[in-house]
Design a binder for this molecule. Structure first.
Ligand code: FAD
Length: 378
């Protein structure tokens, strides 16, 4: 699929025409889970083009997650969007391939566990926690809480699900197209990615760690989004975990682990500010989490099979940013998903479709207000 180069002097007014590929209703910038889940939902209602800078989709953070969707995790708007995502995924014909039960347990000092506890998490006794995860040393924690509604996803399959659905609904998805310039051309925008220029009535900024930089191309004020580095690794162990073992996370946010076949997924749960980049693991942090998880379990870690790092990009208040920019017309934010990008994806996409199409968005008034990009401007 190739787009014709469109001179800036082209006649306006034929947005959405399928006869001219250089025009669309909505141009989405970014081919991670945020951009693709919106593309699949929106393409039912609008002519959608998605541009991804990298040669492949989901090259950055969306290829590097722990693939866990935890309804009890995150601030209230995130929890509402997670419930909506789980309901949407459960209704799909191939739901069992995309999500399956995987409990989530938080352990630590009683006060820290209490601080993590939400309506989706039940407090369990120390003995119950030890019985659920015999590999966890009893002296390593005081208190525990369990989310039995948590699920695992297959991120690659979910990304492909959204890509295929978006394409089947007529969305045009181009990789290797880094958006590098934009010009207001009422109604809408002229957006360039190298030699390709596309006119779009509305533009969605789903550029992950680059969202503030992309906004600058459109003359929008940055929101103060901060990419935060987080590492994970698959490790080999002397004593593998049974597959039904919950994911276990320390309430002081210093480690988590989960069974991954014969191996174990571990993470130091770090959140280190970074420039937008192709983030790579820091070897001493991988060594440190191996030592830490080894010290609180009987796993017996024997080596690191693979480690990776991604950027969890957060707004100053830790809540995603979804909605039209308050000052720049036809420019829509879909950013700041932090550590919740998969678990909120379908919920955010459904809400964003409503906002973009000017129909009543799905979601409570509180959540809509919490996500509003205007909340940072006084
Ligand atoms: C270790 C780790 C564990 C995690 N675990 C979980 C988990 O268990 N559950 C969960 O829900 N979330 C988890 N997350 C968070 C989740 O992965 C992210 O929230 C999500 O992937 C963000 O998706 P995104 O589409 O916003 O960003 P990205 O996947 O980074 O996509 C943004 C895309 O925009 C593109 N782009 C940037 N600039 C331009 C441009 N100018 N033109 C065109 N394209 C551009 C980039 O190339 C990139 O592909 C985890 C993250 C990490 C790092």
């Amino acid at each position: 699929m190739s787009f014709a180069d469109t001179p800036a002097s082209s006649a306006p007014g034929i947005l959405g025409s399928m006869s001219d590929h250089a025009f669309c209703d909505v141009l989405i910038i970014g081919g991670g889970i945020a951009g693709l889940s919106l593309a699949s939902a929106l393409a039912e209602h609008a002519d959608v083009v998605l541009l991804e800078a990298e040669p492949t989709l989901a090259h950055h953070t969306s290829a590097r997650s722990a693939q866990q969707l935890v309804p009890g995790y995150g601030p209230p708007p995130v929890r509402e969007l997670t419930r909506a995502t789980l309901a949407a995924l459960a209704a799909l014909p191939d739901a069992r391939r995309l999500v399956w039960p995987s409990r989530f347990m938080v352990v630590g000092r009683a006060a820290d566990v209490q601080a993590h506890r939400t309506e989706a998490m039940e407090t369990i006794t120390h003995a119950e926690a030890c019985a659920l995860v015999p590999a966890l040393l009893p002296e390593a924690f005081e208190s525990a809480a369990l989310d039995t509604t948590s699920v695992r996803t297959d991120a690659t399959a979910l990304i492909e699900h959204h890509r295929a659905l978006a394409a089947a609904r007529g969305a045009r998805i181009l990789t290797g197209h880094r958006v590098d310039a934009a010009e207001k051309h009422d109604p809408g925008w002229l957006v360039s990615a190298g030699k390709t220029t596309i006119r779009a009535a509305r533009v969605v900024n789903a550029a992950g760690a680059w969202a503030d930089r992309v906004a600058a191309l459109f003359g929008a004020e940055p929101l103060g989004l901060v990419p935060l580095r987080r590492t994970a690794a698959y490790v080999d162990v002397a004593r593998p975990l049974p597959p039904e073992t919950p994911m276990v996370s320390s309430a002081d946010n210093t480690w988590y682990f989960r069974p991954e076949g014969q191996r174990v997924l571990v993470s130091p749960s770090e959140a280190v500010p970074s420039e937008p980049c192709d983030a790579q693991p820091v070897p001493r942090e991988v060594d440190a989490v191996v030592a830490k998880v080894d010290s609180v379990t009987t796993l017996g870690i024997t080596g690191v099979q693979r480690a990776w790092t991604g950027l969890r990009t957060e707004a100053p208040d830790g809540v995603p940013v979804v909605g039209f920019d308050p000052a720049v017309e036809d420019f829509f934010w879909l950013a700041g998903q932090g550590g919740f990008g998969f678990q909120t994806s379908s919920g955010i996409a459904a809400l964003a479709v409503g906002l973009l199409e000017g129909v009543r968005p799905k979601g409570s008034a509180e959540t809509l207000a919490a996500l509003d990009p205007g909340r940072f401007r006084t």
